[in-house]
Design a protein around this ligand. Sequence first.
Ligand SMILES: NC(=O)c1ccc[n+]([C@@H]2O[C@H](COP(=O)([O-])OP(=O)(O)OC[C@H]3O[C@@H](n4cnc5c(N)ncnc54)[C@H](OP(=O)(O)O)[C@@H]3O)[C@@H](O)[C@H]2O)c1
Length: 430
Amino acid sequence: MQASLGIGMLGLGTVGSAVAARLIGEWEMLGARAGVTPVLRRVAVRDLTRTRDVDLRNVELTSDAQALVDDPAVDIVVEVMGGVEPARSLISRALQRGKTVVTANKAVIAESGPALAGLAASHGAGLWFEAAVGGGLPIVALLRASLGADVVRGVDSIVNATTNIMLTRMREEGVRFETAVAEAQRRGFAEADPSSDVDGWDAAYKLVIMSWLAFGVHVEPEAVDRRGIRDVRLHDLAYTGQLGYSVKLVAHAERAVRSGAVHLRVRPTAVPADHPLYAVDDSDNAVIISSDLADTVILSGLGGGGASTASAVVSDVVQAARTRGCPPAAPLTAEPVLLSDEDVEVAGYLRLIVDPSGEAQAAAVQMLEDRGVPVTAAFDKPPLDGPFPQLLLLTGAAPRAVHDRALETLDTLPVVREIACAMDRIESAA
Ligand SMILES: NC(=O)c1ccc[n+]([C@@H]2O[C@H](COP(=O)([O-])OP(=O)(O)OC[C@H]3O[C@@H](n4cnc5c(N)ncnc54)[C@H](OP(=O)(O)O)[C@@H]3O)[C@@H](O)[C@H]2O)c1
């Protein structure tokens, strides 16, 4: 009979239930692939009285997560409980005992990945976290292994399903922000408190993890230039749509070739129709990696949900079982040097509320170009709510700091009554 490996799981929610179903339902297939049979032995939850929709015969349900971690019959701890604490302490405890840990927890890995990977290395343990970025999309494996010979230059991605669903609904059906959040919650993507998604934290965590693996530096999540989608207006989704763009919450990272300095940002961004992220709608995710040898590699598909995330978790379990005794080395982790706003180039979309004198377009364009911001297109638009007309401007690539200083001056122009929207834009390749 084939040897077995004991699995203890922390959490039995959306992801945990799907993981349990696969471990229990396909034990034979997984065992054949791993060379040892992974057996789900114990599961820790908060509420023992809740009815579970997975058949846990022969699996002990407990509310004592620490005892599960300490159980000598548990070789692999699967952490799918979420939150930072007690998840981080339980992961540390398991690693200190030399156990393999598989986690889907992006907040913990983004904040403490290097420390936990170091802990794992010093105890001969394995730390696996494919599910922490992009659900079933194998982004971690791509960056850790497949592109092991490449110098990665940049990452452009859509990695948050909630905001992508919301922006798609708002753009296509003109529904309001609140209605769009409610739909994402109803479909099981947004949590009761959706702020981690809509304020860009969730995407920032994933970007920090991707950048850690891609560039070998660990940027604190707080250091990500982060804006969520709360200020995105339906008018701007419509106007950018008319101009051939689709607004996405884009998570972007880049590394300067010479200095090695990095820049990470998560911002609503107008994406042109000829860009691979343009058509990534609804709950889909996509990650574009630019590197020197492989050039452009794109992964796209379902980026979350129980089944897709279980795919990543259970594949980590299989990999960990197959390579037991030889865990993956800790990723390189250097102190990051951050690119300054004088060195990060961005293009933009602006919507201004202006005086009806007919002189606003010429004055605004002149002022921006005098301050180093090229204007590639300008469109007069009629008033929306009040008496004042609008002016849409597409600005070309210029350093972020130059853009910001020019906007401050633009705000003081007598013909400009309000800067109603200033959003990043990816320039069309055409
Ligand atoms: N959902 C997704 O699409 C998705 C995608 C990628 C990654 N992830 C990550 O996967 C993890 C789990 O997400 P989820 O959506 O499955 O969460 P969830 O549905 O809220 O489930 C959380 C589970 O953890 C248990 N739990 C929470 N605190 C506990 C504690 N202190 N002790 C014991 N058990 C505890 C809960 O027990 P009760 O059932 O008793 O309440 C529940 O079973 C998170 O890190 C999340 O970021 C989720």
